[in-house]
Design a protein around this ligand. Structure first.
Ligand code: IVH
Length: 677
């Protein structure tokens, strides 16, 4: 057995680690490890204190002020996912948002009314009422699965526990944002860097009595599941629920033009400092709920809403050094190491300089005083240099022409603009140690294989110890060796093992996303998964002949363009990639894409569209077909069941091909009849 002194030394180290993580969580709002990893460390320390009570005489984990509560809430699947919002940063983005909506709905300008609300910078929660009684209260979690925080939400006195009114839907899910008022925050004695972090920490308190001591507030802004549906517009919804005693934000209003959008943005931005709650922009929503329904969602965010962010918060600081980071796509990103400065409540010590061209254009040098900005979750950026403050002997920054791995880098020609790319890249993929590590980090990340406990630091550690090189190594780890490593014990090894085992059964779209093919994000991975259906079909991409044929078909998929196709081609013609993926596939179980085979008018049918429609865009027609159980193909083949022909400029060749293959043709008028039947 270790002697007392050793035990104490170890314990002191653990306390130091917990404090470090508290700082990154509370102060920097930038946790370095996952909640469960944190919990494990804390739990172990608490157990040790129980076993050796003498430890508490020095410092107890329980006494670390404001230590994060243990993450032990019950996980509950949301009735309908809690999505994110896409962002607009200027009026042009807002104009594009309106255009996209009109295009999707096949409507003319100004036919769609928008409703504008402040975007409260708090913590989102959802309240579920059954027959008017508050029965569940969940945090957002990962959007699919939340945590049961009902008892904590109940401590907010203004949240109705029972709705006393006529016509309340039997099932009503109210989405809201919980916050702490700025004034209340300033009088609170706590460790948190800003009201948002404090609200998050308070809601996650295990003991709701503790939560009740903090004056949490909320605004209701939307609904999730609802039955029966009784609302027609967003504005009507808010007015009605206000009548049911929910708190809604008073600055919301209908907006009829882009000019008004511009004015409203300025008005509220000026008002911002006087409000008792933090807001980071305005949310614009299509007011008509039936149009919202038609527009639907992409994988992460609704098509019918956007967050128009206020300009970022800025601060001035000095560049201490410029270092180069290599990303998983091989991009060399220069990062300015700056003297720590607080921007919008968060301490910043790194800011991105984007790429080589940006450094040359702005002539940014080590030692310069620069303005940096930080907006929302975006990485802080260097915006401008104060050249007056520059020392005479300062030297231009010479951007390295080689990667950190020592090999040559190149600048590609952008397919769209035909110009030389601003980004310098290493193109060695897994052959480059730096890219490989980033690829592995992407592979284990939340939206890909989601391996809890295999964070960035652990990937670095395992890499350095030669435990992993490629994704398949993760499923072949030497656990005996890991158990003997500093900071690892039987319990943590078992947890990681469990997480890895769990992730070894994965659905096709997450698998595709995890491969990290350039330009294939989550949304495109879903499109590809739905196209291929199974990993067997997907791996046909390895074969040159098959690949060329498949790529021709991919052109017609919504969301997949020339850039994506070139990237897929390049990725799959690389032999290392091919070997790595084949090895991986042998180790795991990839579930077929169950294209949420919705039951409906086109269940198990394959459709293709040609020509334009009067009442809807092609995109909407495709979404309708999919929502009715159909699968939309991009090319004519015997597999096709229907060719839907819009009245406006259908491609004759496609119609003739379909006729030759005896494929049923649905004309626009029949299409409309089917939809209305
Ligand atoms: S509408 C995405 N309206 O912003 C589904 N969200 O980035 C529709 N938020 O998780 C969201 N104020 O917690 C909406 N007036 C508002 C909001 C708001 C704050 C938060 C919300 C959501 C996040 C999306």
């Amino acid at each position: 057995m270790k002697d007392k002194k050793n035990i104490l030394e170890d314990h002191k180290k653990t306390i130091k680690i917990i404090k470090k993580h508290n700082k990154s969580y509370f102060i920097n709002d930038n946790p370095i490890i996952s909640d469960s990893e944190y919990d494990k460390i804390k739990y172990k320390a608490l157990e040790l204190e129980k076993k050796y009570p003498f430890l508490k005489r020095y410092e107890s984990v329980k006494d670390i002020v404001g230590a994060k509560p243990l993450n032990k809430f019950k996980k509950v699947k949301h009735l309908s996912p809690m999505l994110s919002l896409s962002n607009a940063f200027n009026l042009k983005d807002m104009e594009d948002f309106k255009k996209k909506i009109n295009k999707f709905l096949s409507l003319k300008d100004n036919q769609v009314e928008l409703f504008c609300e402040p975007k409260i910078d708090g913590i989102s929660a959802t309240l579920i009422y059954q027959n008017g009684n508050l029965t569940k209260g969940l945090s957002r979690g990962d959007g699919e699965i939340g945590e049961d925080i009902l008892e904590n939400l109940k401590t907010i006195k203004e949240i109705p526990k029972k709705i006393i009114a006529k016509n309340v839907p039997n099932l009503l899910e109210i989405r809201c944002e919980v916050y702490i008022g700025k004034k209340d925050f300033s009088t609170l004695k706590n460790n948190f860097a800003n009201p948002r972090n404090a609200a998050g920490g308070t809601l996650r308190q295990k003991n709701s009595h503790e939560t009740s001591k903090i004056p949490l507030k909320y605004f209701a802004y939307g609904f999730g599941a609802i039955s029966p549906m009784i609302f027609k517009t967003q504005s009507e919804f808010l007015t009605i629920i206000e009548g049911w005693n929910f708190l809604v934000n008073p600055l919301s209003e209908k907006i009829d033009s882009l000019e008004r959008v511009e004015k409203k943005q300025l008005e509220i931005d000026q008002l911002r400092a006087t409000l008792d709650y933090d807001i980071d922009g305005l949310v614009y929503k299509v007011n008509d709920l039936s149009l919202q329904k038609r527009l639907g969602n992409t994988s992460n965010s609704p098509r019918w809403a956007i967050a128009y962010k206020f300009s970022a918060e800025k601060a001035i600081t000095k560049i201490k050094d410029i270092s180069i980071q290599v990303g998983r796509t091989g991009a060399l990103t220069p990062v300015a190491k700056v003297e720590s400065v607080t921007v919008g409540g968060v301490v910043v010590s790194n800011a991105t300089l984007h790429n080589e061209e940006e450094i040359i254009r702005k002539d940014i040098r080590v030692g310069d005083y620069v303005t940096i900005q930080r907006a929302g979750d975006v990485i802080p950026q260097v915006v401008s240099v104060d050249k007056n403050k520059r020392l005479r002997n300062s030297k231009k920054f010479i951007f390295p022409k080689t990667c950190l791995c020592g090999f040559e880098t190149t600048k590609e020609i952008n397919l769209n603009t035909k110009k030389i790319d601003a980004v310098r890249r290493c193109s060695r993929g897994y052959e480059c140690k730096y890219i490989a590590k980033e690829k592995l980090k992407h592979f284990v990340s939340k939206d890909a294989f989601n391996i809890d406990g295999l964070g960035k630091k652990v990937i670095d550690q395992f890499w350095d110890l030669n435990l992993i090189r490629y994704p398949c190594d993760i499923f072949n780890l030497n656990y005996k060796k890991i158990e003997r490593l500093d900071g690892w014990g039987l319990q943590s090894v078992n947890n990681v093992k469990k997480a890895i085992d769990k992730s070894s059964t994965i659905i096709l779209d997450k698998f595709i996303y995890g491969l990290g093919v350039r330009h294939i994000g989550q949304e495109n991975a879903k499109i590809l998964a739905s196209f291929f259906g199974s990993v067997t079909e997907f791996t046909k991409l390895f074969d040159v002949k098959n690949r060329k044929m498949i790529l021709i078909n991919l052109v017609d998929l919504d969301g997949i363009g020339e850039t994506q196709i070139k990237s897929i081609d390049k990725f799959f013609s690389n032999e290392t990639n091919s070997k790595i993926i084949k090895d991986l596939i042998n180790k795991i179980n990839i579930k077929n894409h169950t294209s949420q085979t919705k039951k409906g008018k086109f269940s198990n049918k394959k459709l293709m569209f040609t020509g334009g429609f009067k009442n809807m865009s092609r995109s909407e027609a495709k979404v309708i077909a999919e929502n009715n159980g159909g699968k939309v193909l991009g090319s004519i083949s015997k597999k096709l069941d229907y060719l839907v022909v819009g009245d406006t400029k259908p491609t004759k060749r496609k119609v003739n091909q379909a006729k030759e293959l005896n494929i049923k043709i649905i004309l626009e008028k029949d299409w409309n009849k089917i939809l209305n039947s």
